[in-house]
Design a binder for this molecule. Structure first.
Ligand SMILES: [Zn+2]
Length: 457
């Protein structure tokens, strides 16, 4: 299945300042001139003979060009190569005055990160849960006591669309400041027809003010809301008969997601939701095996674009995943924040040939981080992925998890001009410097956003 093109939101920004928790980024021109990046210490192209996600040993192949150069124009990457060839190129010499040249000496350039699993449509942090967890309560104990997902629902239901939009935009800007240029954004804290559609509208409107690309996802089946307590089937009917058709008709969602796990929705509920998504033309994804094993065989028969978390995945499911086109998206930020001390078996998945992606799972309950570099660091230290593998998992494989691999995730002519310029000489430093933001500038759909610390040219 193809992602509905008109649901992938991509907007070239007008000139205004973006505010995030990180450095502030200024869009320096309404219509960006052609951009020529030169003298790049390491240019991580991730180019490959095929556009799909990387598997097995190929995951660590970054196709690095030393002293690289990239030419971008009209939102696209036009040419990729060595600086010495770029400066001799006839077109570049002829158009030198029109170009904006960006000196990337002593810097690494990577494809903009693709954060393929986030929940930005919420109002407030969940500090009571956080404090309870520090006192020893588990995720499920907190949920049973009225905390967890349900405790974010009140705030979202009471919030106006504008406030929600501001919250989403603030998160997107924070992500951009750390090198992320493509984001999947889920609803899932409204849990009523009105509030789920309001959340998706807020995501769409925030995305229209952001220079990167947003893929919106309907996650109506995140939890059973209080008013359906004891009647999960009735709630699933509401999701299938109202939320999915309306989100599809209004082109508010690119995907449908469900939380299929112990204490959440059953396999039967999930198959029902997948069926409704399919009949409304929407591809599916799911949260699985986070709290206990979710059997994947029947879910995989729907060809989900991604199955996420996978802490408790077993060997049978790993071999099914390896033979499927489904991406396994790991979100170690949530394992870290919940203090589980256990992480998904990344090495086993990669060894079996599963396409593995990494994402933040940005959300108020289990992963309040917008930082892909931090997630990459966790993936190296806690899941023993290599510094090269984590880059591919956060770019080209993230793009695969959003069916955007033909446009995003690598630096190749013809792809969208999404790049991050990082203040390091060696790409391995990106995962090495823990919880640091070393992103100096971002190019999102061809628009250049230098951080205040980036040298002026
Ligand atoms: Zn999630």
């Amino acid at each position: 299945m193809e992602v509905a093109r008109d649901c992938i939101i991509h907007v070239a920004l007008s000139s205004h300042q973006l505010k995030g928790r990180g450095p502030e980024y200024l869009n320096t021109s309404r219509r960006s001139p052609p951009l020529l990046l030169v003298n790049i210490e390491q240019l991580l192209t991730l180019r490959s003979g095929h556009p799909g996600p990387r598997r097995g040993p190929e995951l660590g192949n970054l196709e690095i060009i030393q002293d690289g150069a990239v030419l971008c124009n009209a939102g696209k990457i036009v040419a990729v190569g060595k600086t010495k060839d770029a400066v001799r190129d006839g077109w570049i010499r002829k158009n030198k005055k029109r170009l904006r040249e960006i000196d990337c000496r002593d810097k690494v350039v990577v494809p903009g990160f693709v954060d393929s699993h986030t929940h930005p449509a919420f109002v407030a942090p969940r500090l009571v849960d956080f404090e309870k967890r520090t006192a020893g309560a588990t995720y499920e104990q907190i949920a049973a006591a009225g905390g967890g997902i349900r405790s974010s629902v009140d705030g979202v239901r009471k919030a106006g669309k504008h406030l929600l939009e501001q919250k989403v935009l603030s998160a997107l800007n924070s992500m951009l400041s750390e090198g992320t240029t493509t984001v999947e954004a889920k609803s899932g804290y409204g849990l009523s027809l009105e509030s789920e559609l309001k959340s998706l509208n807020a995501i769409r409107d925030a995305a229209s003010k952001w220079p990167g690309t947003v893929a919106p996802t309907l996650l109506g089946a995140h939890a059973v809301p209080l008013e359906f307590e004891g009647n999960p089937k009735d709630y699933v009917e509401l999701v299938c008969e109202q939320m999915i058709p309306q989100a599809a008709r209004r082109k508010l969602a690119s995907f449908v997601d469900i939380f299929c796990d112990r204490g959440a929705f059953s396999e039967e509920d999930s198959l029902r939701v997948f069926e409704a998504a399919r009949s409304n033309g929407l591809p599916v994804r799911a949260h699985v095996s986070q709290l206990a094993r979710t059997p994947l065989q029947h879910l995989l028969s729907f060809g989900p674009v991604s199955l996420d978390h996978l802490d408790h995945v077993d060997d049978t499911d790993i071999s099914l995943l390896a033979r499927s086109s489904t991406v396994a998206t790991l979100v170690p930020g949530s394992n870290h924040f919940l203090g589980l001390g256990k992480y998904p078996p990344a090495r086993k998945l990669i060894g079996a040939g599963v396409a593995v992606a990494l994402a933040t799972d940005y959300n108020p309950g289990s992963s309040p981080t917008t930082s892909m570099p931090f997630v990459l660091s966790l993936a190296c230290t806690q899941m023993k992925m290599s510094p090269a593998e984590v880059i591919a998992a956060a770019t080209i494989n993230g793009a695969g998890a959003l069916q955007l691999q033909s446009r995003k995730g690598s630096i190749e002519a013809g792809k969208d001009a999404d790049l991050a310029i990082v203040k390091v000489k060696d790409y391995r430093e990106i995962a090495y410097w823990m919880a640091a933001n070393l992103c100096e500038a971002v190019i999102a759909n061809g628009e250049f956003f230098p951080s205040p610390s980036f040298e002026r040219f």
